[in-house]
Design a protein around this ligand. Sequence first.
Ligand code: GN1
Ligand code: MG
Length: 374
Amino acid sequence: MRRAEIDGAIGAQTYASLVTIAEAFEIPSPVETVEPFGRGLINDTFRVAAGGVRCVLQRINGTVFPDPFRILSNIQALDRQARRHPDLGFRVPALIPTRAGDAGLRAPDGNVWRLMTMIEDTVGLPRVEHPDQAREVGRLLGRFHTLLQSLPPEALGVTLPGFHDTPAYRARFFSVLARIEGARDNPKVETCVRFAIERQALARRISNARDRGEIPVRVTHGDPKLDNILFDRDSGRAIALIDLDTLQPGLIPHDIGDCLRSCCNRSGESAHGRTQVMFDLAVAEPILQAYAEQTRAWLNPEEIALIPEAIRLMPFELGLRFLTDHLEGDRYFKVVEPGENLRKAEIQFALVADIESKAQDIEIMVNRFFHSPT
Ligand code: GN1
Ligand code: MG
């Protein structure tokens, strides 16, 4: 990418200022290249090359995350935990300190930047193509949760208050809807609104279980979508779960639901045209089976019982979030073109509908893998 394009890519951030930021960290100097990287919807991400080293530079979105340094200390806690359990073969991107010795850099404009090592010789997958890949996803998420079991949730700071608080997202959606005049004039919006109204009760079930103390708060990833999983280039093993911004106290069923809504929707979050959105049970099965093998011994029965519900809930929640953002003018999730968040909401809701039609199969699968060793 040419420098002028990079200059345009993140508004006022010029190429020269990116180099200055990268050079504030403990990497060989001078920095050779900085280029946009990845497909994240919240932060701005760049790949930096300097003296034969490649790393990932990110500006943490300060509008979304109230205290970016809390994210950095949570990542350090995970890193220490992974080092205590090398047997799990779990790799964590290491934070490269600034030359002043800090975990991140607060720029004069107030933005916080971090630099991380690139986990080399890995690939991401645009979609799950083979059951072995699905098995790897389940195994990785299961090992991740197992690794975090011995960390008390209080040991981690809350990086994003209200994250996966479905009742709060629901309430916010209805208040935005009421505030924006003519919002329901668009028939696509109206169809989504009706879909959301019919499923209002869904928003509360899992948080009710948490409030009643039926399921524990544990350390979770918060965003284990396929884009955030890295596979070893040679062996194909899933070895890292990246994007650790929402590593914080949370609910296990939410993580499983989020992982499945992403991996089992093989046409992706932003499919165009007439693509049939569907929840692929042939992908769900190996993920759940491998996940269960890793976690059966310690997950509690209520958490297991809520997995099918969470699989339906997470695309519903994300659909509500996309739809709310569309109504508010795309302030939270980055879009390339107007209407994108609305289309993404439609896709998540179509996924919910397909999951509902397969509810019995999902229930049977969960029971089979978690309650009877295979
Ligand atoms: C956001 O920034 P990114 O793309 O990793 C979002 C997730 C959504 C995801 C959908 C902090 O993640 O909750 O599931 O988009 N992260 C946050 O792609 O809101
Ligand atoms: Mg994320």
